[in-house]
Design a protein around this ligand. Structure first.
Ligand code: HEM
Length: 160
């Protein structure tokens, strides 16, 4: 692979990250707070499910794009040995974050989380939404830290 091709793959990687984590940010900082202000429980639930359903397709597609482009870069740069280096921890962080989202979006959400949500929201509506809101904040903050570390690391910055 020549340099130009790897730049295109890297651009696609970043584009995937922007759409994916940008979507998580929009959901966390705008949609969920607005939804929590909706007083009617059924309406709130309807909105939440509709937004989650359509965003989860976008998130699945962008997660796949980020994973394929990320592994392709590693393959093209022959960068597997970097996983043995502690100063490349930002690479481990990217793969771990990607694995968590992949597990949630492709396995847990369709098989477990939908049923868990229906059961828990019937028992404790407000508590369930507070928990979901907090989990989104955790995922967003971790994702932003990984992005910052990734940019610094990929451009030759040293952390220690
Ligand atoms: C399977 C998962 C992933 C793999 C294998 C992977 C791999 C890579 C590789 C090889 C690079 C180029 C490093 C270099 O040029 O030295 C890179 C850059 C980058 N990745 Fe990932 N990545 C993955 C997931 C993620 C995730 C989940 C995020 C953020 C949420 C992310 C954000 C970035 C950023 C911001 C850059 C730097 C781009 C730049 O400034 O040029 N990656 N990734």
């Amino acid at each position: 692979m020549d340099v130009d091709e790897i730049l295109i793959v890297r651009a696609l990687h970043v584009l995937g990250v922007v759409l994916w984590i940008g979507g998580v940010a929009m959901e966390t900082t705008v949609l969920l707070p607005v939804m929590r202000r909706v007083r009617d429980h059924e309406e709130r639930q309807r909105w939440f499910k509709a937004i989650e359903r359509s965003f989860s397709w976008q998130a699945r597609f962008t997660t796949l794009l980020v994973g394929v482009t990320g592994f392709y870069m590693l393959f093209a740069l022959d960068g597997w040995g970097r996983f043995a280096r502690i100063d490349q921890f930002w690479l481990h962080a990217m793969v771990m974050l990607w694995a968590v989202f992949t597990l949630v979006l492709f396995v847990l959400e369709p098989l477990v989380l939908h049923r868990w949500f229906e059961r828990r929201v019937a028992i404790d509506h407000d508590g369930t939404f507070t928990l979901i809101y907090r989990l989104h904040w955790v995922l967003l903050i971790v994702s932003l830290l990984v992005i910052v570390a990734g940019i610094i690391g990929a451009h030759g910055g040293r952390f220690f």
